[in-house]
Write a protein that binds this ligand. Structure first.
Ligand SMILES: NC(=O)NCCC(=O)O
Length: 389
C-alpha cells in the first residue's frame, strides 16, 4: 500500500497551516478547538510495537445545573485481515483475534467503555466472489459462537461493551445466514443482536447471494454506558434507517462498514453520511471501515465487461466520530490498523435537541400520511405542471 494516500488529514495538514488550517477546521469540520486527548505513554508504545495508529478526541458538552456530565469513552477499531484468504478458516479467524486482541488490550488500558469493530471483522469480506465455500464456514452463532466467546471474556475483564459484526448462522431457523451485529454487555453476556437492514446490490458487493434483509427492526440497546444502536454498512445510505434508531432513543449509532474507494463504495460520500445522520438525529455517530486489500484465490468479475480480478480494491479505513452538533474529529488513516477513541459527554445530545428543535420540527405526521399514499398501487407523484389550475 506504498502509493496510497495516507489520510484526508495528511493532505490537509501537509498543505495548510496557520490561519488557513484553523479556518479549514472551523468551516469544514466545525472544529474550533483541537480537543485532542492525551494518551498513556504505555498505550503509545504498545501501538507502535503492534503497528497500529492510536488517537483520542474529546466531545465536551456544556455544564448543566441539574444533570452531572455523562462521560463515556468509546473506541472504534479498524484493521486489515491477518492471514491470506487461502489459509484454513479457523487459522484466518485466530490470526485476526490475535491481532485485534492487542488493540483491545490498549483500549482496556485507556479505560474505553464501548468498542465497535468494522463490518464482519472476524473474516475476509468474501462476498464479492459469489462462492459459498469456504466463506459460509465463517458463520457462527451470535449467542455462543467462538467470536462471541472470545469477546465475552474481554468484556468482563475490562467492563467493556462490544459491538461485534459477524456472519451469523441461525441454527434455530434452518441454518440460515444473516449479517448481524452482536451486542455484548460489560458483564460479558449477550444483550441482543441486530441484523443488517439494507443489503447492497452494487458493484462487487454480492452480499444478497448469501443473506437476506434483516428482520430485527431498529433496536436500541440500553447498556451500562448509554443507549446504542447499529446501522450496518449499506444502511448508511438510507436516511430512514438512521432516523428510526433516533426515534427509539439511540445516543450513539455505530456504522460498521466494509467499503471501498470505487463508486460502489463511494469514498467521497463516506465523510458526509454518518456525519449528516449525527446532525439530523442529534446523536453521536461512529463510522468504521475495514483496511487494506483482500485477495481471494479465484478470480471474479464485476459483470461490467471489465477484466476479472481477485480483490475488491482498497478498503480505505478512515473511521471517524461525529457529535450531535455535527462537529467531527480527524479520521484514522486510509491504510493502517487503528484505534480511535472519543471521550463523549452524552448530555450533549439533549442540549443540541433543545437548541435546534429538529425533533419538534420534523413533521412525522405529514410524512407518515404522504408515505402511506406513496405505497398505494395507483399513486401519482405530486408534480404540478405550468398549465394546471
Ligand atoms: N458492505 C456493504 O454494504 N458495502 C456496500 C458498499 C457501500 O455502499 O459501502
Amino acid at each position: 500500500m506504498e502509493n496510497e494516500t495516507v489520510s484526508l488529514e495528511s493532505i490537509i495538514n501537509n498543505n495548510l497551516n496557520g490561519r488557513d488550517l484553523e479556518e479549514f477546521n472551523r468551516i469544514y469540520y466545525g472544529r474550533t478547538d483541537n480537543h485532542e486527548v492525551k494518551l498513556k505513554e504505555s498505550s503509545i508504545a504498545a501501538a507502535k510495537e503492534a503497528d497500529f495508529e492510536i488517537a483520542a478526541y474529546a466531545f465536551p458538552a456544556k455544564k448543566e445545573q441539574t444533570r452531572t456530565p455523562r462521560i463515556v469513552k468509546v473506541g472504534v477499531i479498524q484493521h486489515s485481515i491477518a492471514a491470506p484468504t487461502d489459509r484454513p478458516v479457523n487459522e484466518q479467524k485466530k490470526a485476526i483475534f490475535d491481532k485485534v486482541k492487542k488493540i483491545i488490550d490498549v483500549a482496556g488500558q485507556e479505560g474505553v467503555n464501548i468498542i465497535c469493530f468494522q463490518e464482519l471483522w472476524n473474516m475476509p469480506f468474501a462476498f464479492c466472489t459469489r462462492e459459498k465455500q469456504p466463506w459460509c464456514e465463517f458463520a457462527e452463532s451470535a449467542e455462543e459462537g467462538p467470536t462471541t466467546r472470545f469477546l465475552s471474556e474481554l468484556a468482563a475483564k475490562y467492563a467493556m461493551v462490544f459491538v461485534s459484526s459477524i456472519l451469523e448462522r441461525d441454527e434455530n431457523h434452518s441454518d440460515i445466514l444473516w449479517n448481524t451485529a452482536v451486542i455484548i454487555s460489560d458483564t460479558g453476556s449477550v444483550i441482543g443482536k441486530h441484523r443488517k437492514n439494507h443489503i447492497p446490490r452494487v458493484g462487487d458487493f454480492n452480499e444478497s447471494n448469501y443473506y437476506m434483509e434483516g428482520n430485527t427492526g431498529h433496536p436500541v440497546f440500553a447498556t451500562r454506558y448509554g443507549k446504542i444502536a447499529v446501522n450496518i454498512c449499506f444502511g448508511r445510505h438510507h436516511v430512514l434507517n438512521w432516523m428510526m434508531f433516533g426515534q427509539n432513543g439511540a445516543e450513539i449509532v455505530f456504522n460498521p462498514s466494509a467499503t471501498i474507494a470505487a463508486e460502489a463504495g463511494s469514498e467521497y460520500m463516506w465523510n458526509i453520511e454518518a456525519r449528516n445522520a449525527a446532525i439530523t438525529n442529534c446523536y453521536y455517530t461512529a463510522a468504521i471501515n475495514r483496511v487494506g486489500y483482500e485477495e481471494f484465490p479465484n478470480e471474479f468479475t464485476s459483470a461490467d465487461g471489465k477484466p476479472a480480478h481477485k480483490d475488491l480494491g482498497l478498503f480505505y479505513g478512515s473511521s471517524y466520530f461525529t457529535g450531535p452538533d455535527g462537529v467531527r474529529c480527524p479520521g484514522l488513516s486510509r491504510t493502517k490498523d487503528g484505534l480511535l477513541i472519543a471521550v463523549m459527554d452524552l448530555n450533549k445530545n439533549r442540549q443540541i435537541k433543545d437548541r435546534r428543535c429538529y425533533y419538534m420540527t420534523q413533521r412525522l405526521d405529514m410524512y407518515v400520511s404522504s408515505l402511506s399514499k406513496v405505497l398505494e398501487l395507483d399513486y401519482k407523484p405530486q408534480v404540478v405542471h405550468e398549465n394546471e389550475k
